[in-house]
Design a protein around this ligand. Structure first.
Ligand code: ARG
Length: 283
C-alpha cells in the first residue's frame, strides 16, 4: 500500500483544533546563494519579493485559523532565516537551542535563542551536539520523533531527551531530498502522523508502523512537492497546494486541508512547516 485509502464519509472522525503559538521570520533577505540541499540552485536564484508575498499568505492563514503568530526580525546575510523551524525546539516552556550543520546558517541559532530568552523562555540549553531544531524534532503527546542521517546528530537526540524529559525516538532519513524529518513526516495531532515511507530506512519504517498503525501514508508525488512539510492544529492542515493526493487523503480522514503556495521558498528546500516554529508553553 503506498497511500492510505479513503474513509467512508460517515466513518470520518470529527477532528479538534487546538490554538497554537508560532514564531515566524519574514523572508526579506531570502535568496538562494549557496546549496546545502538538493533543492537549492544558486544559479537559478529566488525572488525575495515573491517569497514575502507567499509567506504573508501563510501567516494570514494561521491568523485566520485563530493561531497567534510572533515575529523575529530577519538578519541581513542569513537568507535561510525564514525557516524558523530550524531555530530551536520549544517543548513545555523549555528551549533546546539549535546548532547548525553548515557554517552558512550557524548565526541563526544564537539569534533565535536571544529572541526566545527575550520573550521569557529562560529555561534553555545550548546543546553540545549538532541539531536543527524542529526541522528534525517533531513533538507528539507522548514522544518526540527525531531525524538523523543528514543534519541532526544522534547524540543530540539523547541530549534533547535528557533536557526535555520526553522519550525521543530516532528515525533514520535516507533520501537527500528529505534531509530534515519535517520534509517527510508531520504530526496530525498529539497521537498520529502522516509520512512518506520512502524517506526512511527499513528499520525506521518498521518503527513508524509499530508506533502509528493508523498513520496516513503519502506517495512520492506528494513528497516531491514537500507536501509532508505541513502544519496541523489537530483539524486544519496547512499544506503545499501542489500536494493534491495528500490533500484528498486528509480530507477523506476528517481533516480540513488549508492549501498554500510556497513555491518560491521551495527553491531553498522549504515549505510551510519550515517557516514555522511552534512555541509550546510550560504545561
Ligand atoms: N535551505 C535550508 C536548509 O537547507 C532549508 C531549511 C528548511 N527547513 C526545514 N525545517 N526543513 O537548511
Amino acid at each position: 500500500m503506498t497511500v492510505s485509502p479513503a474513509l467512508e464519509p460517515a466513518a470520518r472522525p470529527v477532528r479538534t483544533a487546538l490554538r497554537r503559538r508560532y514564531l515566524m521570520c519574514r523572508p526579506e533577505h531570502f535568496a538562494v546563494t549557496y546549496a546545502i540541499n538538493p533543492w537549492m540552485d544558486p544559479g537559478a536564484g529566488a525572488d525575495a519579493a515573491r517569497a514575502v508575498e507567499q509567506w504573508e499568505a501563510l501567516r494570514a492563514a494561521y491568523l485566520g485559523l485563530g493561531h497567534e503568530v510572533s515575529l523575529i526580525d530577519p538578519i541581513p546575510g542569513l537568507p535561510d532565516m525564514v525557516f524558523a523551524a530550524n531555530g530551536a525546539l520549544v517543548v513545555g516552556g523549555r528551549v533546546y537551542g539549535a546548532r547548525f550543520t553548515h557554517p552558512e546558517r550557524a548565526a541563526e541559532g544564537p539569534a533565535y535563542m536571544e529572541w526566545l530568552r527575550g520573550d521569557g523562555f529562560t529555561d534553555t540549553l545550548e546543546g553540545l551536539h549538532t541539531n536543527e531544531g524542529e526541522g528534525d524534532f517533531l513533538t507528539l503527546d507522548h514522544v518526540i520523533l527525531a531525524g538523523t542521517g543528514f543534519r541532526t546528530d544522534l547524540a543530540a537526540h539523547q541530549e534533547a531527551q535528557e533536557f526535555l524529559g520526553r522519550p525521543v525516538v530516532t528515525l533514520r532519513l535516507v533520501d537527500p531530498r528529505f534531509y530534515h524529518l519535517d520534509t517527510a513526516l508531520f504530526p496530525l495531532d498529539g497521537g498520529n502522523v502522516a509520512y512518506y515511507p520512502g524517506a526512511f530506512s527499513p528499520g525506521s519504517r518498521a518503527v513508524l508502523e509499530r508506533l502509528f498503525p493508523d498513520a496516513l501514508l503519502a506517495g512520492e508525488a506528494d513528497a516531491a512537492v514537500l507536501g509532508l512539510n505541513a502544519v496541523s492544529d489537530g483539524r486544519n492542515v496547512v499544506v503545499n497546494a501542489e500536494a493534491t493526493g495528500l490533500i484528498a487523503t486528509l480530507d477523506a480522514h476528517g481533516y480540513t486541508p488549508v492549501p498554500v503556495d510556497l513555491s518560491e521558498l521551495r527553491k531553498a528546500g522549504g515549505g510551510p512547516k519550515c517557516c514555522t516554529l511552534e512555541l509550546r508553553p510550560a504545561a
